[in-house]
Design a protein around this ligand. Structure first.
Ligand SMILES: Nc1ncnc2c1ncn2[C@@H]1O[C@H](COP(=O)(O)OP(=O)(O)OP(=O)(O)O)[C@@H](O)[C@H]1O
Ligand SMILES: [Mg+2]
Length: 197
């Protein structure tokens, strides 16, 4: 069957964009906020994207896991495998997960073709994250009610060479999304899509 020349354009465009955008950083850094803002922005472009958020995963797939180092590593491993399935299906997988350990993030990257795992360090000083404390977790951790909390009594290993670093205490959400979009080869809204890679 002959298709008109641009019949496959959306699929081609989507296929080019399907990658894992892996947002790592402290609790309160802004991963969930940015993940959903990026998802909405990609949807406006007609691209298929979905958020894999640590809290949502904990409610289901990872409900058997706690907050020990081993369980945090396992939750990172599972998220990477799920993200890979989404990317294989042509969907941009936006992962919002503290994922505190370098080794597990590297193992996640190894599941993807080169360039298809974009490690984004959502970076704020601990003091800023703690001041935001959007879920009251730092307060509980400081009081001892929440042991093994990343940044307080559990380590966070920042990426050594992230593809992108977003300082959410310096750039607002729109500015961070613009940087993410630029990294994905997409223009700002209203500028249209970038030419093929
Ligand atoms: N530039 C920014 N980007 C993202 N969030 C921002 C920014 N500036 C301020 N914030 C605020 O910081 C908070 C970040 O909370 P968010 O739940 O997104 O963090 P998180 O990294 O997902 O934390 P957790 O690991 O606990 O899920 C929100 O209240 C958000 O409004
Ligand atoms: Mg979150």
């Amino acid at each position: 069957m002959n298709f008109p020349p641009d019949a496959c354009a959306p699929a081609t465009r989507q296929g080019r964009a399907a990658r894992a955008v892996w947002l790592t950083g402290l609790s309160g850094a802004g991963k969930t906020t940015l993940a959903h803002a990026l998802e909405a922005s990609l949807h406006r472009d007609g691209l298929r994207a979905c958020v894999l958020d640590g809290d949502r995963l904990r409610a289901g797939l990872n409900s058997d896991l706690g907050f020990s180092d081993a369980d945090r590593a396992e939750s990172t491993r599972r998220a990477a495998h799920v993200a890979r399935l989404f990317v294989d299906a042509g969907v941009i997988a936006i992962v919002a997960l503290i994922s505190p350990f370098r080794a597990e993030r590297a193992a996640g990257r190894a599941l993807f073709a080169p360039g298809d795992f974009i490690e984004v360090y959502v970076n704020v000083p601990l003091a800023v994250a703690e001041r935001r404390d959007p879920k009251g977790l730092y307060r509980r951790a400081r009081s001892g009610a929440l042991p093994h909390f990343t940044g307080i009594d559990s380590p966070y290993e920042p990426p050594a060479h992230p593809a992108l670093e977003l300082r959410t205490d310096e750039w607002d959400v729109a500015g961070c999304v613009d940087r993410l979009r630029a990294h994905l080869g997409l223009g700002r809204h209203g500028e249209g899509m970038a030419p093929p890679r």
